[in-house]
Design a protein around this ligand. Structure first.
Ligand code: ATP
Ligand code: I3S
Ligand code: MG
Ligand code: MG
Length: 351
């Protein structure tokens, strides 16, 4: 467990209200000094000791840049959360002690390190368990839980596009697609979700040009806008993003071949301020998303992920989950600094 800190007498650190000029740390003890005085404002009351939550992180430099922004670190510090970089060249057990380990790194070796650490440190929350992350790093297993859930209620129906997995032999693809009865156009995605080389195939014979292992997914017209549903523990935020445009029947007949879209989703701009057809822009109903997120959190065993959801164009309530990402770009999620730090506090508090 981390050490203790003294915070405002009401125990709540409000970074907009108080400006922390200096923080003095001695060992694991942290004292917030505000306006030159220890923040112990309520006359006649002793300051409330507050635990420091120590979060060890193992992230790529790209992720550190997009996620661990100064604003997040500042808000975290004011709430008594300390982010500490994990040194991968040293044994994990010799570092810390941590309350939480936050990670997004690849490699079998790192997975084993974490699995061992979870066994020997059951009191530390590892965000998230490596095996649960592996499950969504494969585009076949990724959507299985959504399909099994088969969510359908008064607010809408949530499914997944029909898809086929091709492990090898590209020459077999046209027949495999035909036998499975998949409708063109098809989106081809690398089986390993960490790769983002997406293609759109307009005719059956061009499918031979694709490079397995991949999944072939039916393209669903959705008005060119998708919903990114960010999940942080129990919190949910939805944003709109521009997406691939609809493919009309004449266009499908007119075109042939495979069109490649490297990193298409990363290039996609926000559509939150765009002047859109209201039937396309309308966000999925909140109760539907709450139910979906709650179920997936449990089934996937993940607390940090996002869902890419599209609504079939012309339908009011038919939704498809097309992608699930572990520890996505939270830097693009509105208010993530507050949501994420509150989540970390809730984890520490629930122990
Ligand atoms: N089945 C589909 N129907 C229609 N459009 C799709 C479909 N699958 C993917 N797309 C489009 O292609 C984009 C990329 O697909 P997807 O989200 O699966 O890839 P990704 O590389 O995993 O993305 P991310 O960067 O979100 O991880 C989507 O954002 C969407 O615009
Ligand atoms: O938040 P969305 O739009 O879904 O996009 C994310 C991708 O899904 C993630 O895969 C990226 O993270 P990694 O580069 O760590 O895989 C992530 O990278 P980032 O955290 O550096 O922004 C994003 O590109
Ligand atoms: Mg995506
Ligand atoms: Mg993805």
């Amino acid at each position: 467990m981390g050490g203790e800190a003294y915070k405002t007498a009401d125990g709540v650190a409000k970074e907009e209200e108080v400006e922390v000029e200096e923080e003095r740390r001695s060992g694991e003890e942290m004292v917030a000094v505000v306006d030159g005085q220890k923040k112990n404002s309520t006359v006649g009351q002793l300051p409330q000791p507050m635990k420091i939550v120590v979060v060890g992180y193992a992230l790529t430099s790209k992720k550190i840049k997009s996620f661990l922004q100064p604003k997040l670190e500042g808000i975290a510090r004011n709430k008594g959360i300390l982010f500490v970089a994990i040194d991968q060249t040293k044994p994990l057990s010799d570092q810390g002690p941590f309350d939480i380990v936050l990670h997004k790194l690849s490699g079998k070796e790192w997975q084993h390190v974490l699995e061992d650490y979870r066994q020997t440190h059951p009191d530390v929350t590892v965000l998230d368990p490596p095996d649960a992350i592996q499950h969504v790093y494969n585009r076949q297993s990724m959507l299985e839980d959504v399909a099994d859930l088969n969510l359908s209620d008064a607010y809408g129906k949530v499914g997944v596009p029909r898809q086929l997995v091709i492990k090898k032999d590209p020459s077999s693809i046209p027949d495999a697609v035909n036998s499975a009865g998949l409708r063109l156009p098809l989106v081809a995605k690398p089986l390993v979700a960490k790769s983002h080389e997406l293609s759109l195939a307009y005719d059956q014979y061009s499918l031979k040009k694709l490079e397995p292992p991949l999944v072939l997914q039916e393209f669903i017209n959705h008005g060119g806008v998708l919903f990114k549903v960010y999940i942080v523990g129990e919190a949910i935020k939805v944003v709109r993003r521009f997406s691939l445009p609809d493919v009309s029947k004449p266009e499908l007949l007119k075109n042939a071949g495979v069109f490649r879209f490297p990193r298409v989703s990363c290039a996609a701009a926000t559509a939150d301020e765009a002047d859109l057809d209201p039937s396309v822009a309308e966000l999925p109903p909140r109760p539907l998303l709450e139910k979906l997120a709650r179920e997936l959190r449990r089934r996937l065993g993940l607390r940090l992920f996002n869902l890419d959801i599209i609504r079939e164009h012309g339908s009011a309530d038919k939704y498809y989950v097309i992608d699930i990402n572990y520890f996505p770009g939270y830097g693009k999620m509105p208010e993530y600094e507050h949501i994420f730090t509150d989540f970390l506090l809730s984890l520490a508090g629930s122990k």
